[in-house]
Design a protein around this ligand. Structure first.
Ligand code: KG4
Ligand code: ZN
Length: 353
């Protein structure tokens, strides 16, 4: 089923984690991208799946309504409804997918299921200049860390990914150890701006190939803090009392954050550099919520200039979870006809492509 390029209006819904989002995309242009962020999780230090599903239930109708109104369109103008099928929290995904399927049935239009991680990559196609194919993408979010080679909108392969924590988790868990509220990534970014990134040398994991590991870094930070900066290795008896640890953190917050951030960035960019050497591809994109990190953005652009890469980073609203990336992915699927519009299609928590 190959569709003409003109007059294609898609409503897209994203609900994989703790953001309820809806977007209208017309002929490949994003007309609206409404995002409702759930604040209810902050007090628990992480996303509570049950509460996320309930908040999606409350948000979905007003968010879709706002997206349609902002785009200045009517439900009758919509030619297809896209939704995030996987991966994510199953209760959250079910709210978005069931809503999308019900509305599609009512409007008699097809549904287009979209893979969340592929959509993060294709967020780079929303704005100009867009990368030409093939390109590499480093996708860094709270749940995933991947290097992907993208040959065409519907032809991507994962070259490397994390074997344990995601980069966003490394930021958030480090922040938690420093007593910062969830999600701590943006706060580490803030404090790091005033700190010395070379003051504390956190270890770089030795993982072969293009895969990542961040769990050792978290453990090193844990021991480092328990020893009030004296050591990064486990000791039978920790040298510092809780008060001494708190005083050490308070006195050195900026330098600790800068050093942690520096290590996460070097882990990411060293692997990305390896992927470029391996493939010879020099169009390089960033994607995912962690690409909001100012240290990563600057280091990525600087490395790109040194190496002669063409680098791309989506605007912030298209980096964190959003429905515009689902819409642009669905637009390309709609044009090529590469989707199953079967209403029996169901959400899945699994990551597989
Ligand atoms: O892509 P995203 O919005 O949601 C997931 O799919 O996970 O990514 C959220 C992650 C969180 O771990 C958050 O702490 C991190 O992105 N993040 C940041 C920054 N802004 C968001 N990490 C470091 N520095 C930031 N400025
Ligand atoms: Zn995401």
């Amino acid at each position: 089923m190959l569709q003409s390029r003109a007059e294609v209006t898609i409503l897209a819904i994203e609900s994989s984690c703790d953001e309820t989002s809806a977007s209208i995309c017309s002929d490949g242009k994003i007309l609206s991208n409404i995002i409702a962020t759930q604040k209810v999780h902050e007090q628990y230090g992480g996303v509570i799946p049950e509460l996320a599903s309930r908040a999606h239930m409350q948000n979905i109708v007003p968010v879709v309504d706002a997206a349609v109104k902002k785009a200045n369109c009517r439900l009758a103008d919509i030619n297809a409804i896209a939704f995030t099928q996987s991966p994510g929290l199953i209760g959250s995904l079910l709210v978005g997918s069931q809503f999308a399927k019900s509305l599609a049935l009512a409007l008699d239009v097809p549904v287009i299921p979209v893979h969340h991680m592929q959509a993060h990559v294709l967020a780079n196609l929303i704005e100009e200049p867009a990368p030409s194919f093939p390109f590499l993408c480093l996708t860094v979010s709270g749940g995933h860390t991947q290097i992907v080679v993208c040959n065409a909108p519907d032809d991507m392969q994962v070259m490397g990914e994390t074997i344990d924590d995601a980069a966003g988790e490394a930021f958030d868990k480090s922040a938690k150890l420093l007593g910062l509220p969830y999600p701590g990534g943006p706060l580490i970014d803030k404090y790091a701006k005033e700190g010395n990134p070379l003051r504390f040398r956190f270890p770089e994991p030795q993982i072969a190939g293009l895969d990542f590991s961040f769990s050792g870094l978290k453990t090193a930070i844990l021991y480092f803090l328990k020893n009030a900066g004296q050591s990064m290795v486990f000791k039978e008896a920790f040298t510092a009392t809780e008060n001494e640890q708190a005083a050490f953190i308070q006195a050195n917050m900026n330098d600790i954050c800068a050093s942690v951030q520096h290590r996460i960035i070097t882990i990411l960019l060293n692997k990305l550099n390896k992927a470029v050497s391996k493939t010879g591809i020099t169009g390089i994109c960033l994607a995912g919520g962690v690409s909001a990190n100012s240290g990563l953005r600057n280091a990525f652009k600087k490395l790109g200039e040194e190496k002669g890469w063409q680098t791309y980073i989506p605007s912030f609203e298209y980096c964190t979870d959003n429905a515009a990336m689902i819409a642009i992915t669905a637009y390309h699927k709609y044009l090529s006809g590469s989707y199953s519009a079967d209403l029996a299609v169901s959400a899945s928590a699994k990551s597989g492509w």
